[in-house]
Design a protein around this ligand. Structure first.
Ligand code: HEM
Length: 413
């Protein structure tokens, strides 16, 4: 069986029509072949929670390195030039990941909590004083990147620039964000850059400047850690390793956490009983973060490439085929979540796949994201005795990669 569902149809994502497509695939065609326009060759989709876990854990059968982690099909040169730890397998991946692993553990992050809470308060107070405002612009967009700016040790005045670069790259299929759309002929000139985006060049240049300043020093920021350590496999970081690592950190922690905060706020507006549940007892916010994350599912998918023929549901995934794990769909799987479309903060053991699950690429920043989201709602909710009111239409990012809100007009109720 091969249904006509097309998960490359960006209209469906922009118009919030993707969820029923995932439901149908999960129920009727859990391994789905999705044809694509040339030059791409099509891909397999896995949409059930259990299969997403299987694919992302089995690095030997489903590689991140052979073809990269995104849907775009790359030639050998592009793969080599563009790859970061996210597109690396095995020992080298582990060695690169270990360079910053400690900084992202709860212990490594503990020193930032006081700073982060102060930053959250400033962000929230400034936004609420406006009365009417756009929640993305005033609250969720700036906050995560300011946190990263602190961890990277970059000056506060540069954060606006980091946000713009992030938008241009991750929003590379959305004309509101991208200066060069990834599927345009014009992007051919930028084929060797991550996201086919010229913004990547500016990020690289910025990263190199920071690296030059920090090399040989004893700084504790992330850039200093990257330029002053040798990976545990003994193979030094090349310039390319550094620039791609730097870019990954700037992007990964920026767009995603922003979307988690926006989707959570929207869910609290739509479900006043759940907001009241948190208002009654703010100590409920910390455990509710897991349901926030399940609900938000900011990353729709990542891709792998089969390294051998694999049988699944009586069909054969051939060696070399693209296999896409739809994390967002796994988070609505009724096999795991009772009544999955109910935003329910009383759920316990929320086994979401928002950050992946148990595989080698499991989100490095998951503890940081959890902390940022918790602090944001710990500061926001007590300041909103009557909640927020939606004052216009929400607009979604035109993307099947990032589940994003780009316009979110609200008023203090
Ligand atoms: C709610 C916010 C976030 C979401 C939903 C998210 C989601 C993800 C997902 C789905 C993956 C890939 C998992 C896999 O393929 O198995 C990933 C990897 C990664 N994330 Fe996050 N992420 C978030 C926040 C962050 C933050 C704050 C950072 C910090 C800079 C970060 C850094 C990374 C890195 C470096 C990787 C690659 C890890 C590797 O290849 O080993 N993420 N993230």
């Amino acid at each position: 069986m091969n249904s006509a569902i097309d998960l490359t149809d960006l209209d469906a994502f922009e118009q919030n029509r993707a969820w029923p497509l995932f439901d149908e695939l999960r129920e009727n065609e859990p391994l789905h072949w999705n044809p694509e326009d040339s030059p791409n060759h099509g891909f397999w989709s896995v949409t059930r929670h259990a299969d997403i876990v299987t694919v992302t854990r089995d690095e030997d059968s489903f590689s991140s390195e052979v073809g990269g982690a995104n849907l775009e099909e790359l030639d050998a040169e592009q793969i080599e030039v563009r790859k970061s730890m996210l597109e690396t397998d095995g020992v080298r991946h582990w060695a690169l990941r270990r360079l910053l692993q400690h900084e992202f553990t709860p212990r490594g992050l503990a020193g930032y909590e006081v700073f982060l809470r102060g930053l959250t308060r400033t962000t929230v107070d400034r936004a609420l004083a406006l009365g009417d405002f756009d929640f993305v612009k005033e609250v969720s967009a700036d906050f995560p990147i300011q946190v990263l700016a602190q961890m990277l040790g970059v000056p506060e005045e540069d954060t606006g620039q980091l946000i713009e670069w992030g938008n241009r790259m991750v929003g590379n299929t959305d004309p509101d964000y991208a200066d060069v759309l990834a599927d345009s002929d014009e992007s051919e000139e930028f084929r060797l850059l991550p996201f086919r985006s010229p913004a990547a060049l500016e990020v690289f240049e910025y990263g190199f400047q920071l690296a030059a300043e920090r090399k040989g020093g004893d700084g504790t920021d992330l850039v200093s850690k990257l330029v002053n350590q040798t990976p545990e496999d003994g193979v030094p970081m090349t310039e390319r390793d550094f620039r791609n690592y730097f870019l990954l950190i700037v992007i990964a922690g920026n767009e995603t956490t922003r979307q988690a905060i926006s989707h959570t706020m929207k869910a609290l507006i739509d479900n006043p009983d759940q907001l009241a549940y948190l208002q009654e007892d703010p100590s409920r916010i910390a455990p509710a973060v897991e349901e926030f994350l399940r609900w938000a599912s900011p990353v729709y998918h990542f891709r792998r490439t089969a390294t051998r023929d694999v049988e699944m549901y009586g069909r054969t995934i051939n060696e070399g085929d693209k296999v896409v794990a739809w994390f967002a769909s796994g988070n609505r799987d009724p096999r795991v979540f009772d009544d999955p479309y109910r935003f329910d903060l009383t759920r316990t053991r929320v086994d979401h796949v928002t950050f992946g699950k148990g595989g080698p690429h499991f989100c490095l920043g998951n503890q940081l994201a959890r902390m940022e989201i918790r602090l944001m709602f710990e500061e926001l909710i007590p300041r909103l005795p009557n909640g927020l009111r939606l004052t216009g239409d929400i607009k979604l990012v035109r993307s099947n990669f990032i589940n994003g809100i780009k316009k979110f007009p609200v008023s203090v109720a």
